[in-house]
Design a protein around this ligand. Structure first.
Ligand code: GLN
Ligand code: ZN
Length: 807
């Protein structure tokens, strides 16, 4: 495998076909979750042949379907070959198999073969002896990708046959189902691949694989591997060309973020070097480089222009339209305007989109085409299937299929002129007027109440005063033991909820069944000897959906599944109107739980930011305003819980960090309103009501100021997966209110030993003040079974007793 050396003169392929209007990607789980089901059947032990068949059928169906929706031109249909994740797919296509997998007998393979699917499955899920790749959030979305691991001794080995074979398969399928148009292969680009990856292993490794004397590889060193990666990508590009691909989509979403650990200048120089090398290849497809999830940055556009790529894609949903000077380096190239948003579920504002296209045409010297702003993998398949919704509200929605239609309609504006959009524009305008006036979209009482919020509605009494009041009211031992809220969601619980939903179990029967679960949960916690109990959340399918179903302003869909990670899919609620609480939600369950015990029972709510982050949110007002509406609804619940005698109330904000803007400059403003919103929700708590919050799923080191500013009396957080580092960070910060760093990882069924729990609790009591430390797991226990849950909690109570005695 030799590479043509990079050439700096610009030499595009002899004839570059036009890049037609397109979408950057399409949901990969299947309209009826066919791929999810096929993956899970395989993972339960089913034959890999059945999985391969399902993948083949899905590809064929998607090609035909997209052509049927009007993506008929050559290169209009994105051919995303990834079965579960585009980053994992790129890892496998680059032949990246971490050492522990090689030692377990895996080797590089085409991800489309049985062997390759076994590798993909093992990397994503681990095996009985090998830990899987880490899973992490994909930009500021609810999608999660598998983090590539770059070890110092691993060489990239581009799976050229695999990409060529895959492309030929797509092309043949397109010949059968999509009128023979050429699909456009998609691949994560090398710069984003490296930035999203992590460097692992020791600098020099001893032959047995243990660390040599070199120490751990610095994370930023992964970017030093760019040259090698460019060589690998070059061979993939040549293979795609030989297989007949006219265009290739190399996605570089990482350019929209400036929060990387590698200096921006180095990233942009790397970008320029990489794409100059690709553009210099003599036999290659035309290069289309979309930058999604924000503004690409003029520096990146200049680098791509200088390198000689044929097309660049701009995200005009999240990102800004560059000025004339910013676009100048792209003169002569195609710009794909991502005016149809891939992250929301609303019909595109046609007038706004057309205006952006006109502005772009004015500023850019070269062809303009239309695209989605991101892959459509973040939205469900088809809004037309939501027949249970208020038809008026349903008419405002655009899922993937509707977005394809919008892209094509807006492309008509470019080719046929403004008249092409006349009808659409008028429909859209009248729909928007109706939407503004819809009685659930604008609820005057909600707006008035928000207008009347005063700064003091977001403040509680001084922390020391609260502490004294709570000590007197609660009388807890040092290192109080508690859990995060949910207890095992047994099949019995799920059956009860499903029967109730279907109507097979009436309200009375349902409430009796849930009360039975609560009673059982309280009895077990008393037997274990925990200090602060919870009701167990048996009535909740999901911590956000439950509140969405009980608040006004949300709708829930029937088929609106989107991929979260792997085979896991979610149906996010859609927040479309002004939010308010028609009636108390959790009060009766909490009151019932409290009636069964003399120990305190924590009330359990989900915070405003987390509800926002895990829903599709209205696009007609600032997020901060929507967050405050949710906050006021939750504030009512806090007041009612308190009135019902609840002494401890927890408001979970696990997603606090998830909405953190990718652009560093926007972060302070986000943290300001998100914290203020949490405080609006919670500051109805009286001084002697102990307010807890819970955070998880992320590194908190960067947002400790914000966590402190939440002003909760007790903060429990995930700590065990990150080696308990957050504890030191909190201590250094001088955190003075209650802290419960999770002492065991609830994501695995492993029961932690008493000794390891003692060790962690000692550390917490030592590093933090023993007066403020709590003893609790990392997160809720709903995914665990009762057996390991009870064993683990028994160890927790015993370990706590030991450490308490030492204080
Ligand atoms: N109270 C919730 C639970 O225990 C919190 C879940 C979460 O943090 N994701 O399930
Ligand atoms: Zn959690």
């Amino acid at each position: 495998m030799t590479t043509t050396p990079a050439r700096f003169e610009d030499q595009p392929p002899a004839q570059v076909p036009a890049l037609p209007a397109t979408v950057l990607g399409y949901p990969r789980i299947g309209p009826n979750r066919e791929i999810k089901k096929a993956l899970e059947a395989h993972w339960r032990g089913g034959d890999v042949a059945a999985l391969r068949e399902a993948i083949h059928a899905h590809r064929s169906r998607t090609l035909g379907h997209l052509a049927g929706l009007g993506l008929e031109a050559d290169s209009a249909i994105p051919a995303d070959g990834a079965v579960i994740d585009q980053v994992l797919d790129a890892s496998v296509l680059l032949g990246l198999v971490p050492r522990r997998f090689r030692e377990a007998g895996f080797s590089a393979a085409s991800p489309d073969t049985g062997e390759g699917l076994a590798l993909v499955s093992a990397l994503a899920r681990g095996t009985s002896t090998v830990e899987p790749l880490e899973l992490t959030k994909w930009f500021d979305t609810n999608y999660h990708y598998y983090v590539p691991e770059i070890e110092p001794d691993v060489a990239f080995s581009a799976q050229t046959d695999a990409v060529a074979e895959r492309y030929r398969t797509f092309r043949d399928l397109a010949a059968e189902t999509a009128g023979g148009s050429l699909p456009r292969p998609t691949l994560l680009g090398p710069v984003s691949f490296l930035l999203l990856a992590k460097a692992v292993g020791a600098e020099s490794q001893a032959p047995d694989g243990t660390a040599g004397d070199g120490g751990t590889v610095p994370q930023a060193s992964r970017f030093d591997r760019l040259d090698e990666l460019v060589t690998a990508y070059s061979t993939l590009l040549r293979a795609l060309h030989d297989a007949g691909a006219a265009w290739v989509q190399l996605e570089e979403p990482a350019l929209a973020s400036d929060g990387w650990d590698v200096p921006r200048e180095q990233i942009v120089t790397g970008l320029r070097t990489a794409y100059t090398a690709f553009a210099g290849l003599t036999a290659r497809p035309a290069l289309f480089v979309p930058v999604s999830y924000g503004t690409a940055g003029d520096d990146a556009l200049a680098a791509l222009g200088a390198a000689g790529v044929e097309a660049v894609g701009l995200d005009l949903e999240r990102g800004a339209l560059p000025a004339k000077e910013g676009l100048a380096p792209l003169a002569g190239r195609t710009v794909a305007a991502g005016v149809v948003g891939g992250l929301n579920v609303w019909r595109t504002d046609v007038a706004r989109a057309a205006g952006l296209l006109d502005q772009l045409r004015e500023r850019h010297e070269g062809p303009v085409t239309v695209s989605s702003s991101t892959s459509l993998l973040h939205v469900p398949h088809d809004a037309a299937r939501e027949t249970q919704l208020d038809p008026q509200v349903a008419g405002w929605l655009a899922f993937a299929d509707q977005k394809v239609g919008e892209v094509l309609a807006l492309a008509g504006h470019l080719t046929a002129g403004p008249d092409a959009l006349e009808g659409l524009r008028a429909d859209d305008a009248s729909r928007r007027r109706l939407r503004e006036r819809h009685p659930q979209v604008r609820v005057e009482a909600v707006r008035r109440r928000l207008d009347e919020v005063l700064p003091e509605d977001r403040r509680r009494a001084a922390a020391e005063h609260r502490r004294a009041a709570q000590e007197a009211a609660l009388d807890l031992p040092p290192l109080p033991t508690t859990t995060i809220g949910s207890f095992p969601q047994t099949s019995e619980i799920r059956r009860v909820r499903a029967a109730h939903r279907r109507g097979a179990l009436d309200q009375q029967g349902y409430e009796e069944a849930i009360r039975g679960q609560i009673a059982d949960c309280i009895r077990r916690q008393e037997d274990l000897g925990l200090d602060v109990l919870v009701h167990g959340e048996a009535e909740r399918n999901d911590m956000v959906q439950y509140f969405a179903e009980n608040l006004e302003g949300f709708i829930t869909t029937t088929h609106g599944w989107v991929q979260s990670y792997g085979s896991r899919c979610l149906r996010p609620p859609i927040l479309f109107g002004d939010v308010h609480r028609p009636a108390p939600i959790t009060v009766e369950w909490t009151r019932y739980a409290a009636s069964l015990t003399r120990r305190p029972v924590k009330g359990m709510l989900t915070g405003p930011v987390t509800i926002l982050a895990w829903s599709f949110v209205r696009d007609d007002q600032p997020l901060a305003a929507t967050a405050d509406q949710i906050a006021l609804a939750l504030r009512d619940e806090v007041e009612d819980l308190q009135a019902a005698g609840t002494r401890i109330i927890q408001v979970d904000e696990p997603a606090l960090r998830e909405l953190l803007p990718l652009q560093v400059a926007h972060r302070p403003e986000y943290l300001r309103w998100s914290v203020e919103s949490f405080r609006l929700a919670t500051s109805a708590a009286k001084p002697d009501t102990q307010l807890h919050t819970h955070l998880c799923y992320s590194e908190f080191e960067t947002v400790i100021d914000a966590i402190d500013a939440l002003d909760a009396d007790v903060t429990t957080l995930e700590a065990s997966r990150s080696g308990f580092e957050v504890v030191t960070a909190l201590a250094e910060h001088g955190f003075s209110r209650g802290i419960g760093p999770g002492v065991w990882d609830i994501h695995s069924p492993r029961v932690p030993g008493v000794d390891e729990l003692i060790e962690r609790l000692r550390l917490a009591a030592e590093v933090l003040d023993p007066q403020i430390a709590w003893s609790n797991p990392d997160c809720g226990l709903k995914t665990r079974g009762w057996e390991e849950t009870e064993a683990s909690l028994r160890h927790l109570v015993n370990a706590t007793a030991v450490v308490r005695a030492e204080l």
